[in-house]
Write a protein that binds this ligand. Structure first.
Ligand code: PMP
Ligand code: GLU
Length: 402
């Protein structure tokens, strides 16, 4: 049988570039190469012990049968409490759907709302999977470029100019993957001012990095009352509780959307794993300000960010800035395009990443995958020692490009 059996739907989407680069570095490591992987966006911390204990209790107490499709009521209630406690948002439990990671929540939402040709506006650079999830659902991505000089922030007039009859949704992400930028309250208010004029346009606010902010506190786009009814919040436990492998995310939004996502989920995955749900419950019940764990993790990320920014500034030809959240830096490396070490010529950001993988044994992700071909993404969710070593190697390898 030939691979032509694979549907056009799947042929039209790309492999996740973040996961692909991680797979490549794992393969090279397995072959004995000393690779430093700065391509994956996941905390290098382990899941907190009380969370692990809650999972063990779930097994011992035989919480191992099929869960309700939208997740356990007790977890929906805890998320409802959390949204009130941390974000000043009112979402009753029935408006919350728990899924296998925020990735599935996003897929549920776009599969629930998009018909062929419908448009979704996103600011570029954007997280890799946004574009392919939207395409998979039959939608058209309308990516609005931003630039490093303006800290990759989308201006309201640009958003207003892009909205038309086909616009079904606006997808927003702060703190941002891949840039680490955090929108101010005033900047969000300006966007809300535009969005409120289109009450049928769904606003999808991905807040998965909400606790990883270095100054101040996260504000949810849904907390602007003028757009609350048209907004769906997407969040999860992967990043802020170091629980990437447990696969628990959720959406909180209009009831009709929660019902559609539940119907869809009921036909293709059912509710997420019971043991993971009980672990997530433990994580979410603890207010973040009381969580020693989050403080330790965020202050470690801050130190790493400071080190990375300092080291990058020391490398000629890289344009950078200071990210305010998440654990990514997205510098502009385009001044290296056209340069060569005599053997390899760097034509674009993908060549730049492959060159560093080959010559410095450091894995980064090309900006092309995030909708900005001038940049590369560096994930600094790794130890200070490894970061220092990686930057040393990168600097040495880039010196050979002229
Ligand atoms: N949104 C963003 C911006 C992300 O970086 C990630 C991490 N891959 C996700 C959503 C999905 O996270 P998960 O599926 O692990 O909950
Ligand atoms: N969000 C992470 C990243 O951007 C995890 C990998 C993925 O799912 O893309 O690297």
């Amino acid at each position: 049988m030939k691979n032509s059996i694979i549907s056009q739907r799947i042929q039209n989407i790309a492999e996740s570039a973040t996961l692909e680069m991680t797979r490549r570095s794992r393969e090279l490591k397995a072959r004995g190469l000393d690779i430093i992987n700065l391509s994956i966006g996941e905390p290098d911390f382990n899941t907190p012990d009380p969370v692990k204990d809650a999972a063990k209790d779930a097994i011992n107490n035989n919480i191992t049968h099929y869960p309700p499709v939208a997740g356990f009521k007790i977890l929906q209630e805890a998320i409802s409490e959390k949204l009130k406690r941390d974000n000043n948002l009112e979402y009753p439990p029935e408006q919350i759907v728990i899924s296998n990671g925020a990735k599935q929540s996003l897929a549920n939402i776009f599969l629930s709302i998009l018909d062929p040709g419908d448009e979704v506006i996103i600011a570029a650079p954007y997280w890799v999977s946004y574009a392919d999830i939207i395409k998979l659902a039959g939608g058209k991505v309308v990516a609005l470029p931003t630039d490093i000089e303006n800290h990759f922030k989308l201006r309201p007039e640009k958003l207003a100019a892009a909205i038309n009859k086909k616009t079904k949704a606006f997808l927003f992400n702060s703190p941002s993957n891949p840039t680490g930028m955090v929108y101010t309250v005033a900047e969000m208010a300006d966007l809300a001012e535009v969005l409120k004029k289109y009450p049928d346009l769904l606003v999808v606010s991905d807040e998965i990095y909400e606790h990883i902010i270095y100054n101040g506190k996260h504000v949810s786009l849904a907390s602007f009352p003028e757009i609350k009814d048209q907004t769906v919040v997407v969040n999860g436990v992967s990043k802020c509780y170091a629980m990437t492998g447990w696969r628990i995310g959720y959406m909180a939004g209009p009831l009709f959307l929660a019902k559609a996502c539940t119907k869809l989920q009921g036909q293709y995955t059912s509710g997420p794993g019971t043991i993971s749900q009980m672990a997530a419950l433990k994580a979410i019940q603890n207010p973040p300000q009381d969580s020693e764990y989050i403080h330790v993790m965020v202050s470690a990320f801050k130190n790493r960010r400071d080190l990375l920014v300092e080291k990058i500034k020391d490398i000629p030809g890289i344009k950078t800035y200071v990210p305010e959240g998440a654990f990514y830096l997205f510098p502009d490396v385009s001044s290296y395009f056209g340069k060569s070490d005599g053997e390899t010529t760097i034509h674009n950001a993908t060549d730049f990443c492959l060159y560093l993988l080959d010559k410095a044994n450091v894995a980064l992700v090309t900006g092309d995958a995030f909708g900005d071909p001038r940049c590369v993404r560096i994930s600094y969710a790794t130890s200070i020692d490894l970061l220092e070593e990686a930057m040393k190697r990168i600097k040495t390898a880039l010196k050979n490009l002229i």
